[in-house]
Design a protein around this ligand. Structure first.
Ligand SMILES: [Zn+2]
Length: 80
């Protein structure tokens, strides 16, 4: 019997216009490989340790929102 591959849940951070989702723990925004990992918008469903740590940091610093525009820009540039 095959055990199903357990995929890690990243915290969704950025979505580009094509619907590719980047994770909070990625140093530079890039699309999550959905064959290897999944993403969620619910902090409590996140299983990625790096994302969890980043969520905790962000809660202290309240820093998630202000970064969004710049990183989305970087994600788009990276695709060209
Ligand atoms: Zn992650």
């Amino acid at each position: 019997m095959k055990t199903p591959l357990k995929k890690v849940y990243h915290r969704a951070m950025f979505v580009d216009p094509d619907g590719n989702v980047s994770a909070l723990c990625f140093r530079t925004p890039r699309a999550i490989d959905l064959k290897k990992a999944l993403w969620t918008n619910r902090d409590e469903a996140v299983t990625c340790p790096s994302c969890k740590a980043a969520i905790n940091d962000a809660k202290e610093a309240d820093a998630i929102a202000p970064k969004e525009a710049a990183a989305l820009d970087a994600l788009e540039k990276g695709r060209k």
